[in-house]
Design a protein. Structure first.
Length: 329
């Protein structure tokens, strides 16, 4: 199948492109490089530098490459920034997303896998979170992703566009070729590893008095390759139906203290920690159930162990100390 990956020069998108190529698909990456890295696009994928919000350009790309399906990874995704600049998130995640959907309709492309977020659930009443639980986002990031999701059934009814929406929390780890390189960095595992590498003085833990076994927040961490495989698997159902799936680690999640302890074991280095106050709106536990996608698509994470997740990220960082600006592979 010929597949367009929006945001395919980004962290998760580049690994999705990698896995699609490994499965024998033809891959075209569309990315404006505002956050992504040209070097992250895997060899064998065609690259088009453009904005998905440019409807005519997106339609031209879809037609020129004979695209049959889209895996939509492109989005702004910083929760804090979404609160201070909500317009930015609605313009990119919703308005530009609608332009992409309309370009797909005009080009006759009727299959979409959407990289959504478990932030659509907000602060859930129970754990683990299931797909049938209420969606009540607590920030513009989650709300903008949910707004795009809510448009999809209407596009299906009007235009026959089938979709699979995948909701997950924390992508982590690296493939041998691709890893995390954000500026600024906001994710826990790369922040902890930067401290281990001496690139950061310390790691701040926000809150140690939560009702969890060690007092720190518990979150889902799913290896980026496992996430990519789920996106590839979801393509297979689109000839028959649409669906929404959660993606989780399959266990009880990991606390902030556990992540730091494992990083110390993996790296063999000290990681200075500073305890800080709770951040407003941080729930004690956020873990998604992936029972539905396991049952219906046979998806099963291969890298569930936190040591494997952290270890792959550390290996990539060691090989690429400057990120994509200084490749040493």
């Amino acid at each position: 199948m010929r597949i367009l990956v929006t945001g395919g020069a980004g962290y998760i998108g580049s690994v999705v492109a990698e896995e699609l190529l490994a499965d024998g698909h033809g891959v075209v990456v569309l990315d404006d490089l505002s956050k992504g890295h040209r070097e992250a696009v895997p060899e064998g994928a065609a690259f088009e530098q453009a904005s998905m919000g440019d409807g005519p350009a997106t339609e031209r790309i879809l037609r020129a490459h004979g695209i049959e399906a889209v895996v939509h990874m492109a989005a702004w995704s910083l929760v804090g920034e979404s609160v201070t600049d909500p317009g930015k998130y609605y313009r990119n995640n919703v308005v530009a997303g609608m332009a992409m959907l309309e370009a797909m309709v005009r080009a006759g492309v009727r299959r979409l896998v959407f990289s959504s977020t478990a932030a659509t659930y907000g602060e859930p009443a129970k754990q683990p979170i299931e797909e049938t639980d209420p969606t009540k986002p607590t920030n513009p990031y989650g709300e903008s992703k949910l707004a795009f999701e809510r448009a999809l059934p209407w596009f299906e009814g009007a235009h026959g566009l089938r979709y699979a929406s995948l909701r997950y929390f924390n992508a982590a780890g690296a493939s041998k070729r691709a890893g995390e390189h954000h500026d600024p960095e906001s994710h826990l595992i790369p922040l902890v590893l930067q401290a281990a590498a001496g690139k950061r003085a310390e790691v701040t833990v926000f809150g140690e008095d939560y009702p969890t076994p060690d007092g720190t927040c518990i979150r889902d961490y799913v290896h980026v390759i496992d996430l990519a495989r789920a996106h590839v698997a979801a393509l297979g159902i689109l000839s028959e139906r649409s669906a929404i799936y959660n993606l989780g680690c399959g266990g009880e999640g990991y606390s902030v203290r556990q992540v730091i302890a494992v990083a110390r074991e993996v790296t063999g280095r000290d990681i200075p920690v500073r305890m800080g106050p709770r951040r407003p709106g941080d729930p004690a536990v956020l873990v998604a159930s992936s029972d539905r996608i396991r049952r219906e698509l046979g998806w099963k994470p291969r890298f569930q162990d936190l040591h494997a997740i952290v270890g792959s990220a550390w290996d990539w960082m060691q090989r690429n100390p400057g990120g994509y600006g200084d490749r040493h592979q």
